[in-house]
Ligand binder design. Structure first.
Ligand code: GLP
Length: 244
């Protein structure tokens, strides 16, 4: 893992946007899997700025959601597809016909999981996966637990995650309890991985991730120790407990 310690989240977001821009410049029709949550919004803002300054062209890129709450349609107010559309797609020249997400209202969710795994690889392997991290160490919606799925699957969300994501809903009770998510195997098959963690709430988990040199299924981000091209970009608050 290569770690970058930035002073502020703005600096971290900018560095991440530069990383993505370099990848897009190398291969304009790359496969890019992107996260949701409050963290990536900072990088997305920077990407929008780059697009407006004609420094970023997403018109040929293939964009993939990594997860979605079960029961949320693509146009649902709190849904993740709509979130990416609002913060990134609609503000850049992303070609909407090249954007993909699991169908979280499918009648047969098991069949949908299989379909999305296939769609994820329709143009070959993922070039870059951009991740956030939960306070419990989850990546995409792969929660801490003993056994992990490799491919797209349904996850029961932990109480911590439901509580953390309540900020996007009218209270905790409104947060869906299940999600459809890409699996750990799909993350590890990506050519490159970049992860962001910003803010004090991530300090504990970032210290654990920094110190853990093994794979701990109860800290899913440690699966990234198995990959040889992982970049972690953190701000001062998220790295404040690390002893370096
Ligand atoms: C959700 C998403 C994750 C994201 C996490 C952290 O659980 N499924 O992909 O990394 O939230 O979100 P935030 O950036 O708001 O802390």
């Amino acid at each position: 893992m290569e770690w970058f310690f930035c002073k502020t989240k703005e600096e971290g977001g900018k560095k991440t946007a530069e990383y993505i821009r370099n990848e897009v410049n190398k291969n304009p029709s790359l496969n890019l899997c992107i996260p949701t949550g409050s963290t990536p919004v900072i990088c997305f803002k920077e990407m929008v700025k780059m697009y407006e300054d004609k420094r970023l062209d997403l018109s040929c890129a293939y964009m993939y959601n990594m997860d979605e709450y079960v029961g949320m349609s693509k146009d649902h107010q709190e849904g993740y597809y709509r979130f990416l559309n609002q913060h990134l797609y609609s503000k850049t020249n992303t070609d909407m016909s090249r954007t993909f997400a699991p169908d979280a209202v499918a009648t047969d969710m098991q069949a949908e999981c299989e379909r999305y795994t296939k769609e994820f690889y329709q143009n070959g392997v993922m070039d870059v996966i951009y991740l956030g991290i939960g306070t419990d160490g989850h990546i995409a919606f792969n929660m801490p637990k003993e056994v992990h799925c490799l491919d797209t699957h349904i996850e029961n969300l932990s109480d911590d995650t439901v509580a953390a994501n309540a900020q996007f809903f009218d209270g905790k009770d409104e947060v869906p309890k299940d999600a459809i998510s890409i699996g750990i195997g799909m993350i590890l098959k990506s050519k490159r991985i970049v992860l962001n963690a910003f803010g004090k709430s991530k300090a504990e988990v970032i210290k654990r991730l920094y110190e853990e040199k093994a794979v701990d299924p109860y800290l899913p981000a440690t699966f990234l120790n198995l990959h040889d091209d992982v970049t972690i970009i953190v701000d001062e608050e998220a790295s404040s407990l690390i002893d370096r």
